[in-house]
Design a protein around this ligand. Structure first.
Ligand SMILES: [Zn+2]
Length: 72
């Protein structure tokens, strides 16, 4: 996949490796050289390098597609 994804806070990213809780989806809480991600399954938060996120991304769901579900 050569397409460069536009990661934004609030988007849901799906990664190749599932979290031990079984979820593969993470909410993006912060973007930058490092991303802060929150597991959609158990709420666990991690910091991870942007490169690793890009390498392991299998899908990205924009927050605009789910805005009805969760608005601050
Ligand atoms: Zn989890």
């Amino acid at each position: 996949m050569n397409e460069r994804l536009n990661y934004e806070v609030g988007d849901i990213v799906k990664l190749k490796k599932p979290h031990p809780c079984g979820s593969q989806e993470w909410e993006i809480l912060r973007v930058g050289a490092d991303f802060r991600l929150k597991c959609m399954g158990c709420g666990h938060q991690i910091m991870t390098a942007r490169k690793l996120v890009e390498k392991n991304t299998r899908g990205l769901r924009k927050k605009s597609e789910t805005e009805a579900a969760d608005i601050k």
